[in-house]
Design a binder for this molecule. Structure first.
Ligand code: 4AD
Ligand code: MG
Length: 477
């Protein structure tokens, strides 16, 4: 019997002259003779050439865009343009028909908004095939990078009682009835009767637990789903996203920045090496999209050029204080073009400011030493007692892609900080004990995986780099 090959294997081996069996979905069908078949295993489509005389009329009629097929035939060098091999079909079975007047994915350009509503089918398109193959390869590269450097993959809980970031963007987890939840003497919901005996929610970060891991295993990382109930309908925010959080003992902020920079460069380099076909497709796609935009909105580099640039050039490291000076003196600030004008030291930076800085330096930027007031409680206080050893990495077209810091390792300083902002010691007694017993300098960061996939694929909206996006008002599929 003939061998069955995925299209990926077929194009890799190109066993011209062999009889083969292939499976896939019809992308296009023309002249009653040429079928463009895709099975999602690679970017390339396979041309099947059929002889209408040899197929029964029922089968012929059922070959429509979207139908699932099995085909057997001989692989030959192609006579036509656009492909170097094709299959001369001897046997063809339509496994699943696709009523052509109803199939939403016709061989023409569809908008991303339209395809989001067809998320159950959009993985059959070339664009989404490329995006999700890249997403896979990037996940794999994440594990490879850390594995090679002897970091251990730590699975941190998804249900938790602590709010690491303190931003209050929590999805509660409870089994108490919505109506008539049990109450205590003060008339408040009595969580002692809840499943875990206390209020719990979906995690906003695995960091606190990753710190516990690093303070025993030295180098760990997490890679898991993360949930934030922030009501921001932007092209950069999801309510459910994936975050990678390495944490390293005996490492300060410099080490942390070095690790983050080499990690990002490794991932991008990995994609360039392993996903060349998909990136070439996405590069062309983005170039066409950009043509529709007014000149000032276009990115200065094409996708591939940008990826090479970022993977080969050092990131610029700039303190928050320097950055605020630059922003204060900037044209858009003086001309009141920023929605949030920068007038004093200490303000939080908005995405318009981050984008300005990346443009200004024409490179990814690592901002460090932020005002303590605008950052989370666990970041290490600097000697000036005003700033913390925090760092954010800003990427072209994306803005913040990484947030991290050196952690406060001094028990008394951490206690005071928690008290000042009202975090009860009882909630985090275990976290504090790691500072009591064998504390040490340690650091880590979080990379938003979808923002990375956005950067690498050039997709404008974060909803288009996760298979089934969760955003306010949106949990279909
Ligand atoms: O800056 P964030 O909030 O940092 C933390 O959670 C730290 N605990 C990380 C650490 O030090 N271990 O989030 C980290 C990154 C952001 O830079 C961004 O890329 C991504 O997570 N992110 C989101 N991505 C998609 N949708 C959202 N709503 C996101 N919020 C944060
Ligand atoms: Mg952040």
């Amino acid at each position: 019997m003939e061998a069955t090959l995925s299209l990926y294997e077929l194009f890799k081996q190109k066993p011209i002259g062999s009889r083969l069996r292939v499976y896939g979905w019809v992308r296009n069908y023309r002249s009653n003779r040429f079928i463009a078949l895709s099975d999602g295993s690679c970017q390339a489509q396979l041309q099947l050439v059929i002889d209408p005389e040899t197929l029964d009329p029922e089968t012929l009629k059922a070959i429509t865009v979207g139908a699932a097929l099995r085909a057997t035939g001989d692989l030959v060098a192609s006579q036509g343009k656009g492909q170097d091999v094709e299959i001369q079909v001897t046997e063809l079975t339509v496994l699943g028909t696709s009523p052509s007047d109803e199939y939403p994915l016709q061989p023409k350009k569809h908008s991303m908004e339209f395809l989001r509503e067809k998320a159950h089918l959009r993985m059959r398109t070339q664009t989404f095939g490329a995006v999700f193959r890249l997403r896979h390869h990037l996940s794999f590269a994440v594990h490879q990078f850390f594995h090679q450097r002897r970091f251990f993959y730590l699975h941190t809980p998804i249900i938790t009682a602590s709010d690491a970031e303190g931003a209050g963007e929590l999805f509660n987890v409870t089994t108490l009835p919505h109506q008539q939840a049990p109450t205590d003497d003060q008339g408040k919901v009595d969580y002692r009767q809840d499943f875990f005996g206390r209020p719990t929610h979906l995690t906003v970060s695995g960091q606190l637990e990753a710190e516990l891991g690093a303070l025993g295993l030295s180098k760990v990382y997490t890679f898991g789903p993360t949930f934030r109930a922030e009501n921001s309908n932007t092209p950069r925010h999801l309510a459910e996203f994936w975050m990678i959080e390495p944490e390293i003992a005996f490492a300060d902020l410099q080490d942390d920045m070095d690790l983050a920079e080499s990690f990002l460069q490794y991932l991008i380099q990995y994609a360039l090496e392993h996903c060349a076909d998909d990136l070439a497709f996405l590069d062309k796609r983005l170039a066409e999209e950009e043509k529709q935009l007014p000149k000032e909105k276009r990115q200065p580099m094409g996708l591939l050029e940008r990826l090479r640039f970022v993977s080969q050039n050092n990131f610029r490291r700039v303190s928050y204080t320097e950055a605020v000076d630059i922003l204060r003196q900037s044209k858009p600030n003086k001309k009141k073009k920023f929605q949030f004008p920068i007038d004093e030291w200490g303000v939080d930076l908005q995405s318009e400011h981050e984008k300005y800085l990346v443009k200004h330096f024409e490179a990814p930027v690592i901002l460090f030493d932020y005002p303590a007031r605008i950052k989370a409680f666990y970041m290490r206080l600097n000697e000036d007692e005003n700033t913390v050893r925090a760092m954010d990495i800003l990427f072209p077209g994306i803005g913040e892609i990484v947030g991290g810091s050196q952690r406060e390792e001094r028990l008394d300083v951490l206690r005071n900080k928690m008290e000042a902002i009202g975090i009860p010691e009882d909630d985090l007694w275990w976290y504090l004990e790691t500072r009591k017993f064998g504390t040490c300098v340690h650091s880590g960061f979080g990379l938003g995986f979808e923002r990375l996939v956005q950067f690498v694929t050039g997709m404008a909206n974060i909803r288009d780099v996760i298979p089934f996006p969760r955003t306010p008002g949106n949990a279909e599929f």
